[in-house]
Design a protein around this ligand. Structure first.
Ligand SMILES: Nc1ncnc2c1ncn2[C@@H]1O[C@H](COP(=O)(O)OP(=O)(O)OP(=O)(O)O)[C@@H](O)[C@H]1O
Length: 642
């Protein structure tokens, strides 16, 4: 056997350990749950491997043993599971290989929220360093004859060496407790913690205190018990254990399905967002068991848009030796997946109908993910629509259902209007909404990145198409204006046509068209997209990825704005080409700014703005001109053009 070797931790691990050791963490108790969870996983992995190689377990009962030693101030947790080889000890305990780790690391660095994050997510094995000055892991992999000892004080290095003695198979984690954490060497403390945090681990847990051995947990599967025998606390504790979470589940679905297929599911919808929710691989982690034997947590039992659901499914019909390939093609599994998705959506719907407050939390945490389903799961689109909740111009506080939107539509309103953007506040202030507000027409305010996509694929809701307020003609003429402040006179149609033509001449290819708007009330101009192609926001998103259609926007003018009326009148009398030329660039720039963009040529925009302001302050008859540049002049009378 080779000699002892000292190695440095991977940089991320070192940083995390530093945080662990130095954080005054409010509840270091969790370390025990994490170590028991690893031991239980190791036993379940071995149980699964033994399906094809029964010799591996040697007929032993798989179990976890905990030995507190108050005299020595030590605590030992052993399991007779799969164990680890030398390389596995180095890889698994010296690097961070878990998914979402990169996100976690970034969050640690960016937000300096280490403590909060540890509290929220748990970080497995390394939490042992919160309570121990030294951690030793002695392990022998199933089927191997070598035993290795991994040791570290958590300060940047670990040592790996052959072990003189150790478990015949499996892993023993030995903790030398810190002076201020000697309570974990007391049998009573351990018993209390195990009963509280790990009572439903599917592997028996024994406590060896002095001469006495006590079984704290019998290892029967919680999900196999009848619902009536399980308390809410037991469900919550089980959720926290399986999901490695600290919150309360917002929804618990425990069902035994019989008939063509037989399985039990115990699923939880969390109430808090995990940090890896938006990981690009979009994988769920529902555990698949077959007749109480853990098979995998990588079977993708629910569609990606339900990846936030945690828990397990235990099948009575699937073969125990499910291969990777079968996970994808097995027809029983395919049917089960479909039934599970349906059940989760139905239960969420019930929650939404009966407990709005709890459902609001679920929607806040996972709404953006559920909406991915509208985009990609046409079959369940209606069920998903029933779960959606929106903010809108008339319900800025959120919680608005599509069905209520449709019920409250105005006479002659034919579409469900929406505005998409990155930011709720800016969306709510967008000039595109003015004409809708003036008519009291509700507009959905959508600010999740996925929104720009689903509104295009979903053809509509209850026969009403979704329509962007920044796209195409606004079709608002047929809907009467309710806010009477917004019905001032408009410029003469022929004058505004002349003005539009002059502006288009000046702006050339920057815009595809210049025309009169019905969607504006107080702003002079805005940009919109044509009826065909993408809405302005989507064009921006896909444009960033080089996949935009490159369509030019349309500049719309507000015919009742004093500035536009003045300009129209001038355009009609001729001889004002210069002023109109400058005004054209300024109007375009202002419209771009209102969309949250930068004017196409900021220097030129600034130049023209300064000239316009200079002309204004130099003007001998300032009051007479004031109207023509006042932006809020819509209700100041219709005589600005005279
Ligand atoms: N008792 C054990 N027996 C066998 N392998 C273990 C044991 N404890 C830890 N490991 C290995 O070390 C890895 C890292 O453990 P750690 O607790 O840090 O993360 P994890 O268990 O993978 O993630 P999580 O804690 O989020 O479930 C495990 O994935 C496992 O491969």
């Amino acid at each position: 056997m080779s000699q002892a070797e000292t190695r440095a931790f991977e940089a991320d691990v070192a940083r995390l350990l530093h945080l662990m050791v130095h954080s005054v963490y409010s509840s270091p108790d969790v370390f025990l749950r994490e170590l028991i969870s690893n031991a239980a996983d190791a036993c379940e992995k071995l149980r699964q491997m033994a399906l094809t190689d029964p010799g591996l377990t040697g007929g032993d009962t798989l179990a976890i043993e905990i030995v507190p030693d108050p005299d020595a101030g030590r605590l030992t947790i052993s399991d007779n599971g799969v164990g680890m080889t030398r390389d596995e000890l180095i890889d698994h305990l010296g690097t961070m290989a878990r998914s979402g780790t990169e996100k976690f690391r970034q969050a640690l660095e960016e937000k300096d929220q280490g403590k909060a994050l540890i509290g929220q997510f748990g970080v497995g094995f390394y939490s042992a360093f919160m309570v121990a000055t030294e951690v030793s892991v002695v392990s022998r992999a199933a089927g191997s004859s070598e035993t290795w000892r991994w040791t570290s004080d958590g300060s940047g290095e670990f040592t790996i060496a052959p072990a003189e003695e150790g478990p015949e198979r499996g892993t023993r984690v030995e903790l030398t407790l810190r002076d201020d954490h000697k309570e974990y060497a007391q049998a009573a403390t351990i018993e209390r913690l195990v009963r509280h945090h790990s009572a439903h681990v599917p592997v028996p847990i024994k406590l060896l205190a002095g001469e006495e051995t006590r079984e704290l947990v019998d290892g029967t599967a919680l999900w196999a018990k009848p619902k009536s025998e399980i308390s809410d606390e037991e469900y919550t504790e089980f959720y926290r254990f399986t999901a490695g979470a600290f919150d309360d589940p917002a929804l618990t679905v425990h069902a035994r399905v019989e008939g063509r297929q037989e399985y039990t599911c115990l699923l939880f919808v969390p109430s808090m967002q995990p940090f890896d929710l938006f990981d690009p691989d979009r994988k769920g982690r529902i555990k698949l068991y077959v007749r109480r034997v853990f098979i995998t947590d990588d079977a993708q039992l629910l569609p990606p848009y339900l990846r936030f659901v945690r828990g397990l499914v235990d099948s009575e019909d699937l073969p125990l030796n499910l291969s990777r390939e079968m996970l994808q093609t097995n027809p029983t599994l395919t049917q089960m997946k479909s039934a599970l998705a349906r059940r989760v959506l139905t239960e969420m719907r019930k929650l939404a109908d009966t407990d709005e407050e709890t459902y609001a939390k679920v929607w806040d945490a996972f709404g953006a993910v559920l909406k991915e389903g509208i985009y990609e799961d046409a079959e369940r689109r209606d069920e998903l629509f029933a779960l959606t909740r929106f903010r809108s111009t008339t319900h800025p506080e959120g919680g608005r259902k599509l069905a209520r939107y449709v019920e409250d539509m105005k006479p002659n309103q034919t579409a469900i209007y929406y505005a998409v953007g990155d930011d709720q506040a800016r969306l709510a202030a967008s000039p595109h909404l003015e004409g809708f507000k003036a008519r009291d027409v509700e507009v959905l305010l959508l600010s999740d990145p996925v929104d720009a996509f689903w509104v295009r694929t979903a053809l509509g809701f209850e026969g009403k198409p979704f329509k962007s307020v920044t796209q195409g003609s606004a079709d608002l003429e047929q809907i009467p204006v309710t806010d009477k402040r917004h019905v001032p006179d408009s410029a003469k149609a022929s004058d505004i046509a002349t003005l539009s033509a002059l502006i288009k001449d000046t702006l050339g290819e920057r815009v595809s068209e210049v025309k009169t708007s019905t969607r504006l009330a107080t702003s002079p101009a805005c940009l919109v997209a044509s009826d065909f192609g993408y809405d302005l926001q989507l064009e921006k998103i896909v444009g960033r990825q080089g996949q935009g259609l490159g369509a030019k926007p349309i500049l719309e003018l507000n015919p009742s704005h004093p500035l536009i009326k003045t300009l129209s009148a001038r355009a009609a009398t001729g001889g004002a080409a210069d002023t109109i030329g400058d005004a054209a660039w300024l109007l375009l720039g202002v419209a771009q700014i209102m969309d949250g963009d930068v004017p196409s040529d900021p220097a030129e925009f600034a130049d023209k703005l300064v000239s316009a302001m200079s002309a204004y302050v130099k003007s001998p008859a300032l009051p007479d001109h004031a109207d023509s540049i006042a932006v809020e002049g819509a209700d100041s009378g219709g005589d600005a053009a005279s």
